[in-house]
Design a protein around this ligand. Structure first.
Ligand code: TYD
Ligand code: MG
Length: 456
């Protein structure tokens, strides 16, 4: 018997169903079901009697396969090159995701200036008029002769145009505005986004033209509805940051041509995005003096150590259940640290509201951030200041012990470079380094109690 054909799909999570649903049984989204393009879900099967092709002639020996290095284009932005793994790879399909207004169109227009010195770039926009793009380009100082603008939304026509005009690089802004005429659903729907991405994927691979696609992200952080895009493309870059703050972090979520650990840091100025070569300095600028509840942390972002300030505020609660809030730090992790402080150090916080903030819109995702968070909390609660020239990192165990973290030497060097005088590190990690080698005082600690004894 033929397999039943799914014909409705949730545009949020991709759940497939044979009938329309008001609420998605998988993700709970309301009114998210759309009719699926039937000729994609029912690819023609092999008819009976048709011979199955023999692929044995296509098998290659690993040794015989050419391994020339990928051809990469320098984008002119070192931070972007780093996130891409060393530049834009020829024939790759890159998805640049981020919330509306974060600066996706801006960064792409900016790289056109550099790319345009040696390559031709076709910038296809479905969002802005040619005049709007021109005005933005003027503001950004983009005046290269090799930049061509096309305003269109018909994906098939665009793919055809890319193939026929054969630019060196193509940019599509944004996938949510593109549509294929023969698919009935509206632009931005799961089916349209997936099929358009497939189409551009085919263009990128067959013509060996790198294509960068812009994708707007909804508030949950998923590339709007279609997570499906992430599987199709070669690299997924996320542009993050608080809209009211000027700093932007570019992160690789997936990269077939490089590491996903690297980040790029930018600042949005009135002349577009500027690279921030020294993120630690940026994150530490404007630190308050003579206040309790702040401690500097060091996290590794890929191969780069970055210093950030942790701030904690403890205030008497006026609620029956005290509030806990964390910005830039995992909320559940904060609960664990509070539990450890209460149980192991008798530091009760049941009548205190706790607010934790990582300054600069940065996220402290690494376990090495535990110790500075605990120290900032302790400092805030006891109202005792931590030395401004002290930095700390280490993981906290449930027994109140401070545990080792990797990349000790790089972190200490960064603290030294930024002019700090004291570095509190896990005792376990101290054995792997030579303390005398550094021009900074290193204090190995094995427990929270020991670390807190430094706060006078
Ligand atoms: P944009 O690149 O249009 O965002 P996206 O394409 O991700 O939706 O960025 C728009 C924001 O950036 C807008 O709020 C204004 C700001 N901006 C600057 O601050 N300086 C500039 O030079 C430009 C071009 C934009
Ligand atoms: Mg835009």
């Amino acid at each position: 018997m033929a397999k039943s054909r799914y014909s409705y799909v949730c545009n949020q999570c991709g759940y497939e169903s044979s009938k329309w649903n008001g609420k998605c049984p998988s993700c709970g989204a309301w009114n998210s079901f759309e009719e699926e393009l039937s000729d994609t879900s029912s690819a023609p099967g092999r008819s009976a009697g048709q011979a199955i092709p023999d692929l044995s002639g296509s098998i290659l020996e690993l040794e015989d396969i050419g391994a020339e290095a990928d051809i990469r284009y320098d984008t002119g932005l070192g931070e972007l090159n780093r996130v891409l793994g060393g530049g834009l790879v020829k024939g790759s399909l890159v998805l640049l995701g981020g919330e509306p207004g974060i600066g996706k169109s801006t960064i792409l227009l900016q790289i056109c200036q550099f790319l345009g010195q040696e390559h031709s770039v076709l910038y296809i926009s479905g969002e802005e008029s040619a005049r709007q793009i021109k005005l933005r380009a003027k503001r950004l100082g983009v005046d290269t002769e090799n930049l061509y603008i096309l305003t269109a939304t018909d994906a098939e026509a665009i793919a055809e145009t890319i193939s026929s005009s054969a630019p060196d690089i193509a940019i599509i802004d944004s996938i949510q505005t593109m549509s294929i005429g023969r698919i009935s659903s509206s632009p931005g729907s799961l089916t349209q986004v997936r099929e358009c991405t497939n189409l551009f994927m085919h263009t990128a691979k067959s013509q060996e033209i790198p294509v960068i696609i812009v994708g707007h992200v909804n508030k949950d952080g998923a590339i709007a509805g279609p997570k499906v895009m992430e599987h199709i493309v070669d690299a997924v870059l996320h542009f993050e940051g608080e809209r009211h703050q000027s700093y932007r972090i570019l992160r690789a979520v997936k990269n077939r041509f490089g590491s996903t650990n690297e980040i790029g840091v930018f600042e949005m100025l009135d002349k577009g995005l500027a690279e921030v070569a020294n993120p630690s300095q940026m994150l530490l600028s404007g630190r308050p003096h003579n206040v309790s509840g702040t401690c500097v942390a060091c996290v590794m972002e890929g191969t780069r150590p970055i210093l950030a300030e942790v701030q904690a505020l403890a205030a008497k609660t006026s609620y029956s259940a005290p509030r806990r809030m964390a910005t830039g730090f995992d909320y559940n992790r904060l609960y664990i640290i509070i539990a450890v402080l209460e149980k192991r150090l008798g530091l009760f916080m049941g009548s205190l509201d706790i607010y934790l903030n990582i300054v600069g819109g940065f996220r402290l995702d690494e376990p090495a951030g535990d110790l500075p968070v605990a120290m900032a909390l302790y400092s805030g609660i006891m109202d005792k200041q931590i030395d401004e020239e002290l930095i700390a990192f280490g993981e906290i165990g449930l027994g109140g012990e401070v545990r080792s973290v990797p990349h000790i030497s790089q972190r200490i060097r960064e603290a030294e470079r930024m002019g700090f005088k004291t570095c509190v590190i896990p005792k376990q990690s101290a054995s792997s380094i030579d303390i005398k080698e550094y021009g900074i005082e290193i204090v190995p600690v094995s427990s929270l109690r020991q670390a807190f004894s430094l706060i006078k």
